[in-house]
Design a protein around this ligand. Structure first.
Ligand code: BGC
Length: 488
């Protein structure tokens, strides 16, 4: 236990730990263990209902969990190939990539990539400024890598909730994660990108595929492991996608086959369904965010918010004279100053905790340091368990859809919280196994899903277009019909 220093400190920690847990879950104080499997099962059951509402033709418009069709109907089959461009907007940075998919080697290679910073003012400026910046970065990249004369297909990872009408037509529903550019909500983002590229008058791009980062993550793992049918992100924001039976997606025509659905589970709780597990700290984080009232589940889980939740708990405990001799430093009193990465560092070892507390200008003692560690552990564990409950809902749903007693599946995962936190992934995995005992889940950390995955989506879209062209061309030819039957 990295939080414990001596038996006395351990005993003290235990008491504080109970106190923190109690305060965090005060509305459910009838339960002794606030994150009991029963509570998580209940959360999972609520999400199960919300998935159905999101998929329904008439319930969709009011559903907090949007369940957005992605027009990705197939995962990779290993025959995709070619050169692609990828753009990645929505995590910590904006990136441009040149990706090569090699069939023979079954590999997706990142040839080159470049990071372009998006200044804070731009995240809150006009849409035109943002897309002009993106188009200029792409132009510079093509120039410096001698790619300007080629017209390459482009995968655009745009990690915000979008109502996708086709693979290259995608309307932004709303900004999340600190972005709030004017004039983009309700518009087709692919069109905005194309217009900005035209304004540069400098280069051309081929066909475009729009991709949510969860989908990119699933697809990038799918090349390696063809049973990868779920993509999950726990980074600045959180979300997941999975392969759903088309017949269950009531807003889409057709009965056969599957389509990848972007759940946008960050919006879970937006209709008040999680109010009984929200704490005063969650309510405060939501109130002071730039999008109050929405993405409630995301605000309990993802990297954009975890640090701030911990800070608020520490401030409260200090005011209650449980920490730092009751003295709040200027840094601790300032919103945003306790970064989410501190949580990982602090839980990695008490020495880190001491260093960070000193940097935050706090007058700490040994007990303070280990209590801070416990607070971090409480908040990050809650995040991991809530994610586990949500993921369990998805795997259980896939298993039921296929009427299987036992499901073996793979989840492609990405995001700084999942990758960098010392115990997050193991806690999440353990809890999912508990909540979905009939599912055998492999977790694959995606290697650059937002970049390579976007290229993969574009490649699969091309393969399918090519295949259906071939089918059309061979229409009416008897030999082919026979072959087709044989193959069935
Ligand atoms: C967005 C999702 C995205 C997730 C992870 C959320 O805020 O709404 O579209 O997948 O963040 O990046």
């Amino acid at each position: 236990d990295p939080c414990a220093t001596s038996p006395e400190v351990s005993a003290f920690n235990l008491r504080i730990s109970c106190e923190i847990s109690f305060k965090l879950f005060h509305k459910r104080s009838n339960e002794t263990d606030p994150l009991s499997p029963e509570t998580l099962q209940e959360v999972s059951a609520r999400l199960r209902k919300d998935l159905l509402r999101g998929l329904g033709k008439h319930s969709h418009h009011k559903a907090p969990v949007k369940m957005l069709p992605t027009f990705v109907r197939a995962t990779p089959d290993g025959t995709e190939k070619g050169d692609f461009l990828a753009l990645d907007l929505g995590g910590t940075n904006f990136r441009v990539l040149h990706v090569r998919v090699e069939e023979e080697a079954q590999k997706v290679l990142k040839m080159d990539s470049q990071i372009c910073a998006i200044p804070q003012e731009m995240m809150l400026g006009t849409g035109e400024q943002l897309f002009d910046h993106i188009a200029t970065c792409l132009g510079d990249f093509l120039e410096s890598h001698n790619l300007k004369c080629q017209t390459l297909p482009l995968g655009f990872t745009f990690s915000f909730p979008c109502e996708q009408l086709e693979i290259d037509k995608s309307i932004l529903i709303r900004w999340t994660k600190g972005f709030n550019c004017s004039g983009v909500e309700g518009k087709d983002v692919v069109q905005l990108l194309k217009e900005a590229i035209q304004r540069t008058g400098d280069y051309h791009i081929g066909s475009v595929a729009m991709v949510n980062d969860t989908v990119g993550t699933m697809m990038s793992c799918g090349y390696k492991d063809q049973s990868c049918e779920i993509g999950m992100i726990i980074g600045t924001g959180t979300n997941a996608c999975y392969m759903e039976e088309i017949k269950n997606v009531k807003r889409i025509e057709g009965e056969d086959g599957r389509m990848c659905i972007n759940t946008e589970w960050g919006g879970f709780g937006d209709d008040g369904s999680l109010d009984d597990i929200l704490t005063e700290f969650d309510v405060e984080v939501d109130k002071t965010s730039i999008n109050p009232g929405v993405h409630i589940f995301e605000k309990m889980i993802s990297g954009m918010y975890l640090g701030e939740i911990v800070r608020l708990v520490l401030v409260k405990m200090t005011k209650d004279k449980l920490l730092f001799k009751g003295q709040i430093s200027e840094a601790l009193g300032t919103s945003g100053r306790f970064e989410t990465k501190f949580i990982s560092e602090i839980e990695d070892g008490l020495e880190n905790a001491k260093k960070i507390l000193t940097e935050l200008g706090l007058d700490w003692g040994l007990v303070d340091a280990s209590v801070v560690c416990l607070v971090c552990d409480t908040i990050s564990s809650r995040s991991a368990y809530l994610c586990a409950a949500a993921l369990a809902t998805l795997v259980n749903r896939i298993r039921n859809n296929r009427k299987l007693d036992h499901l073996k599946t793979t989840v492609g995962v990405d995001g700084t919280v999942y990758r960098k936190h010392p115990t997050f992934s193991s806690k999440l995995q353990k809890a999912v196994r508990l909540l979905a005992p009939q599912c055998d889940i492999t977790f694959l950390v995606s290697e650059d899903g937002s970049g390579k995955g976007a290229a993969m989506v574009t490649a699969v879209a091309q393969r399918l277009a090519h295949q259906s062209r071939l089918l059309e061309e061979s229409d009416g030819e008897d030999d082919d019909d026979e072959e087709e039957e044989e193959g069935q």
